[in-house]
Design a binder for this molecule. Structure first.
Ligand code: PLP
Length: 351
């Protein structure tokens, strides 16, 4: 080893799902199968490229205002970032700064562990129970912060607002982050708890329900004091994180509530139908509040199914890690895409 190599910060990076270049049925990264709101396309067509000479608004005011209006909170309660991955990473860096471990589930969004390692934050994973549910009592112990997704990923299981509040109320000495990447497909957001708990941060994204994964927009909503701290850290890296195009398109997406609700409903309807189809084929399907289903088959090996599907041009997600080695995560696509998937599985399983 060269001397300088001893001082390199080594990390084991997060590995995202594949982005194949050939045309496949892509059910592996929870993207939305429908296009963004029509206003987004119109805004792109109207874009004045001369303005790209200029730096974007460092405060991302138009977008933070649109989000503040949408949720009925103050503009000083919204923080935007380059996807919720950026927002969450900034939250780890800003708020998880204790000697005590940060708590999150053992089966959850695998980026949490990566940020904890990168920033050298002590952490402790809490095992989900036998039904893959979070046990709230695991989060009653002393800790340096709490983070969990609701619905959880990759299980898809949604916990009620009462459940979330129970965890927040037992942790008022630390910051609690609820990662709501999939909340629009599920139920009530923890945002309504913000008035009561100034230590709570709710993080959401445009990548799933708003069909804009390619634009990279995420946001946090919290008390003005916490948002100020987040901005201080963000400005210490880069003062212009959000590009002009994303800002303009983000505002358009937020404006079109009707389109958003219609798209979410289509996906939820397809999800319920798909869960039934999986059941008919003998799969066990966890109850999902997200835009994906987490499934296992008692008689068919998950890795083998994953590989056969891939061979057939149908991409789903498989980890093969502890406790979930027999599970596949399948994004809810269009009804037609799902029909192709079930056609294939029907043949495969009968062979
Ligand atoms: C998809 C996802 C995110 C990140 O999404 P961005 O595209 O970075 O906004 C964050 N948390 C969970 C649980 C996710 O599934």
């Amino acid at each position: 080893m060269k001397a300088y190599e001893r001082n390199i910060r080594r990390v084991e990076p997060y590995v995202p799902g594949e982005q194949p270049q050939r045309k496949v049925i892509k059910l592996n990264t929870n993207e939305n199968p429908y296009p963004p709101a029509p206003g987004v396309r119109r805004a792109l067509e109207r874009m004045d490229t001369d303005r790209l000479r200029l730096y974007p608004d460092p405060e991302a005011s138009a977008l933070t205002e649109a989000l503040a209006d949408y949720y009925g909170v103050g503009k000083d309660q919204v923080f935007v970032g380059v996807g919720s991955d950026d927002v969450l990473s900034m939250c780890f860096l800003t708020f998880f700064n204790s000697e005590k471990p940060v708590l999150f589930p053992d089966i959850t969004y695998s980026f949490y562990k990566v940020w904890a390692e990168l920033y050298r934050i002590p952490y402790e994973c809490q095992e989900l129970d036998g039904n893959f549910c979070i046990e709230k009592e695991d989060y009653y112990k002393e800790n340096g912060g709490v983070i969990f997704p609701n619905p959880n990923a990759p299980t898809g299981i949604y916990e009620t607002l009462e459940f979330v509040e129970d965890i927040v109320s037992h942790n008022q000495e630390v910051i609690v982050i609820v990662d709501e990447a999939y909340i629009d497909f599920a139920g009530k957001s923890a945002m309504e708890l913000l008035e009561k708990y100034e230590n709570l941060i709710v993080v959401q994204t445009f990548s799933k329900a708003r069909s804009m994964a390619g634009m990279r927009i995420g946001y946090a909503v919290a008390s003005p004091a916490l948002i100020r701290h987040l901005n201080d850290v963000k400005y210490s890296f880069n003062s212009y994180t959000m590009n002009q195009t994303s800002l303009v398109c983000g505002v358009e997406a937020v404006k079109d509530k009707a389109y958003f609700e219609q798209t979410v409903k289509r996906i939820v309807d397809t999800r319920e139908w798909a869960a039934e189809q999986f059941g008919k084929l003998g799969f066990v399907c966890l109850d999902s509040g997200a835009n994906f289903l987490f499934v296992t088959h008692p008689e068919h090996d998950a890795r083998e199914l994953f590989e056969a599907l891939k061979e057939a041009g149908i991409y789903v997600r498989y980890w093969g890690s502890r406790r979930i080695e027999q599970y596949l995560r399948v994004t809810v696509g269009t009804r037609e895409e799902m029909e192709t998937l079930f056609e294939f599985l029907k043949h495969k399983l009968s062979r």
